[in-house]
Design a protein around this ligand. Structure first.
Ligand SMILES: Nc1nc2c(c(=O)[nH]1)N[C@H]1C(S)=C(S)[C@@H](COP(=O)(O)OP(=O)(O)OC[C@H]3O[C@@H](n4cnc5c(=O)[nH]c(N)nc54)[C@H](O)[C@@H]3O)O[C@H]1N2
Ligand SMILES: Nc1nc2c(c(=O)[nH]1)N[C@H]1C(S)=C(S)[C@@H](COP(=O)(O)OP(=O)(O)OC[C@H]3O[C@@H](n4cnc5c(=O)[nH]c(N)nc54)[C@H](O)[C@@H]3O)O[C@H]1N2
Ligand SMILES: [Mo]
Length: 766
């Protein structure tokens, strides 16, 4: 029992993370307990990681790499990642950054600054690191930016060509899971509906609802089919049929389903006529009229390994049932990732159920908690942007290319552009040494700029260790903020729970001080301190919703839950208005309809993105040539035990490690063939790199496939030797750094072959 005195010092505040709302108990300035908010029916365990807020991996002081400090910009830049850092005062660090920004701007212009700064940062409407940095850089005259995301680049670019609407619109308007629960008879999921992923929602999740809706669907007799290399992509409690296929071959299976519908007279001609354009050339391709190869089930079996008989039967079941086709985001994070999304929409169009309750297509149920979550929504304010005077940008995953190839041309969505010459890289709220592919190539690219500035709370992010100037940032537990996302109805007063660790500062404070040195403070801060901004942003919400009390009441109450302003809006049916009135609610596509053939894309003339859904061999796959030497397909999916690399040092993530390394799942047959037993340390390798991992032998993964989730730190054995063995299990030393196609240039992380062998004994990771 705590004493009366310590009890009186115990304090509880609320916080919001991308993975939920939590009550944080502190005692004498330290976090002692974390409890999920009682309003959440299915809370995520990830909140427990907050107990490690003051972990020894926190960055406690501003730091400058020795070579940069001694020799100035560019000093010993080839030593990034292996040199010591020197602690400096905030005054000195602030002046160094301000002077260096001014130098680069005057010598090379603003476009020589890359501040695309992709990443998830932390929840909180105001202290959002990327928004802060982008606003600051715009006030400074601009920066080379990035477009699209690692999550969805291929979808973000191709979906508007198909349906006219933005990808975001289609996701926001997704048929609600409660509607699926009520009406859907067959829920066919490529890549499943992984509940591990539904823990997360960018900006913060109030209630975790996906599991509940799937239970409801199951109770009403909805049958689920999980087409995936991984059994658990639909949780076992839902009794889904598990159909395995070679990774990256979903398009072939979808085309064969479409071929069966067409050849057996099951395609909905009236729907295709009324609501789509370009079916004829697509049909000719399906039937093999041009290339002599019908895309039938036998053809798809040879590519995917999924039996032709099952494909044909599945097509008939789909035509006989109210069928929802769900495609996970992972499908498009692969070479030619545009194709499975287009093929899925074409297949749904042939079934003719788009716009009907529980039928049609969905792009990513479960990928994050908000897709189809069926909750009311409240539009939340964000930090206002300033216009970026620099118009140049890169597709986000082309980061190594821009640094390695200044001046080189590249294609993107019909445009021909060139890479600017980047002299300074500035990152806050993201970790390229987590998120980018082929990290050994990134290390080479990272040696090019003269200066790299990073704001980070933790050294475990490779971004900090490979920088020149490292500015320690606070975590959300160390500042006041407003939490919530516009996909939901819960708004949280995120009150500071503990004092900043070491000398850490809020990104806003860091940038405000630099802005003062540069004489741009007025446009950046508008004269407000952080609390002033929270009140200002909250006023915006008040103006839009009469359900919002005044700021002080909100701050006192701690959490607000909004009712839907338009009743029933949380029960959506995607494209139902278009179905009801295809003229009055024509799609904003060139034909006003769903485009199964795109004249626009045809006009680009890209051989790697034809004008209708097509099967194109990925650069690496189990049916390709490289499968002779590296015989396993590596899936690097999202980790169940954390968000990306965040809080990997926390107990939830650490408990799941094997021999101190990230766990790699392999099939018992593949393990036995290599003399690997459960719990062994293994070496995973290909021509791009190698890492250690801990073997988890399971029949939940299909033969020929291994699964190593992302998020282990980047820890090469010898950082001064490029390509040196990575010791923690960071899979991005293995992955392929290639654009999905010239259309979207998205990341192709899921296209990767490797070999695995038992590792020789090795000292445990630090
Ligand atoms: N192989 C492979 N790679 C992938 C993927 C894959 O499927 N396979 N998925 C990709 C996808 S979809 C994504 S979205 C990316 C994610 O990649 P990232 O978003 O870059 O990964 P995070 O680990 O979330 O990085 C966020 C960083 O911000 C820091 N941070 C947190 N809060 C703050 C703050 O308030 N201020 C500052 N300055 N820093 C803060 C964290 O400590 C962390 O280092 O990874 C991509 N990479
Ligand atoms: N716990 C947790 N949840 C997260 C995140 C996290 O880091 N941790 N990250 C969030 C982010 S940023 C994003 S973008 C989303 C991503 O959402 P997704 O991209 O959907 O997530 P993944 O886990 O990469 O992939 C889902 C499943 O797809 C399967 N899969 C992979 N390749 C193929 C294929 O070629 N064919 C088929 N049929 N299946 C395949 C894998 O078995 C994998 O488990 O997740 C979000 N949710
Ligand atoms: Mo993502």
């Amino acid at each position: 029992m705590p004493t009366r005195q310590t009890q009186s010092q115990r304090r509880t505040t609320l916080t919001m993370a991308h993975w939920g709302v939590y009550e944080i108990d502190t005692l004498e300035g330290r976090i002692v307990a974390v409890r999920p908010w009682p309003g959440d029916p299915d809370p995520s365990p990830l909140g427990q990681s907050f107990l490690s807020n003051d972990h020894h991996q926190r960055i406690r002081h501003p730091m400058v790499r020795a070579g940069w400090l001694e020799k100035g910009p560019g000093g010993r830049r080839e030593r990034r990642g292996c040199e010591d850092f020197v602690p400096v005062s905030w005054e000195k660090a602030t002046a160094l950054v301000a002077d260096e920004l001014s130098r680069v701007r005057s010598e090379h212009g603003n476009e020589a600054i890359y501040a695309g700064s992709y990443g998830w940062a932390s929840a909180g409407r105001f202290h959002h690191a990327l928004s802060q940095l982008h606003r600051f850089m715009s006030a400074f005259g601009g920066y080379t930016a990035s477009v699209n995301t690692y999550s969805l680049a291929a979808a973000e670019v191709v979906v508007p060509h198909i349906v006219g609407h933005s990808y975001d619109h289609i996701q926001r308007e997704a048929t609600s899971l409660p509607v699926v629960a009520e009406h859907c008879e067959l829920l066919l999921c490529f890549g499943g509906i992984p509940l591990k992923n539904a823990q997360i929602q960018a900006g913060g999740q109030g209630r975790h609802l996906v599991r509940g809706w799937l239970r409801e669907a199951r109770k009403r007799g909805c049958r689920m089919v999980n087409v995936s290399p991984l059994a658990d992509d639909i949780a076992r409690e839902f009794g889904a049929e598990w159909l395995t296929l070679r990774p990256n071959t979903d398009t072939a299976v979808m085309l064969a389903l479409a071929h069966t519908l067409e050849s057996e007279g099951l395609a909905d001609r009236a729907f295709l006529e009324r609501y789509t354009s370009g079916f004829e050339p697509f049909r000719a391709y399906l039937l093999g009229e041009g290339d002599g190869q019908p895309k039938d089930a036998d053809w798809a079996e040879r590519i995917s390994g999924l039996p032709a008989r099952r494909i044909r039967a599945l097509a008939r079941e789909m035509a006989a049932s109210r069928t929802m086709i769900n495609v996970s985001w992972s499908l498009q994070r692969a070479d030619h990732g545009e194709q499975p999304y287009w093929a899925a929409i074409a297949l749904a169009a042939m079934l003719g159920q788009i716009g009907l309750p529980g039928g049609g297509f969905a792009l990513g149920y479960g990928a994050v908690g908000s897709v189809g979550n069926g909750t009311p929504r409240v539009k939340l304010p964000a930090l206002p942007r300033l216009p970026n005077p620099v118009k140049r940008f890169i597709p986000v995953a082309r980061i190594s290319d821009i640094l390695l190839n200044p001046g080189a041309p590249f294609d993107y969505n019909g445009q021909r552009m060139t890479y600017p010459d980047i002299r300074l890289v500035y990152w806050a709220g993201g970790n390229p040494f987590h998120h980018h592919q082929d990290l050994n190539r990134l290390v080479q690219a990272w040696r090019r700029p003269e200066t790299i500035v990073v704001h980070e709370p933790f050294w475990t992010s490779g971004a900090a260790r490979y920088a020149d100037i490292v500015l320690p940032a606070t975590t959300p537990l160390e500042r006041n903020d407003i939490g919530g996302t516009s996909q939901e109805n819960v708004v949280v007063a995120m009150k500071q729970a503990v004092a900043p660790v070491g000398e850490a500062r809020n990104d806003y404070t860091i940038l405000s001080r630099i802005a003062e040195e540069l004489g741009i403070a007025k446009s950046f801060t508008e004269g407000r301190d952080a609390m002033g901004w929270l009140r200002h942003l909250y006023e915006d919400l008040r103006q839009r919703s009469n359900q919002a009390p005044d700021f002080n009441t909100f701050w006192e109450r701690g959490i607000l839950e909004f009712e839907d302003e338009i009743p029933g809006r949380s029960r959506r049916v995607l494209l139902s208005e278009f179905r009801a009135d295809p003229v009055g609610h024509a799609l904003p596509s060139p034909s006003g309809k769903i485009e199964l053939y795109s004249e626009t894309i045809a006009g680009f003339g890209y051989d790697d993105c034809p004008p209708h859904p097509s099967w194109l061999e990925p650069a690496e796959w189990l049916g390709g040539e490289a499968a002779g030497t590296h015989r396993l397909h590596l899936i690097t999916n999202q980790p169940a035990t954390r968000l990306h690399g965040q809080w990997d040092h926390g107990e939830v993530s650490q408990k799941a490690k094997i021999k101190g390394r990230e766990a790699i799942q392999l099939n018992p047959g593949d393990a036995a063939a290599r003399g690997i037993s459960d719990g062994d340390m293994v070496r995973v390798y290909n021509g791009r790199g190698a890492c250690l991992a801990g073997a988890c032998v399971t029949d939940g993964v299909m033969p020929g496939v291994v699964v190593l989730p992302t998020g282990a730190p980047f820890e090469p054995e010898d950082p001064s030797t490029p390509g040196s063995l990575e010791t923690e299990g960071n899979p991005n030393v293995l992955t392929l750094d290639k654009g999905t196609s010239r259309l979207a240039q998205g990341p192709s992380a899921q296209t990767c072959l490797v070999e695995v062998e038992k590792a020789v004994p090795h000292p445990p990771a630090a």
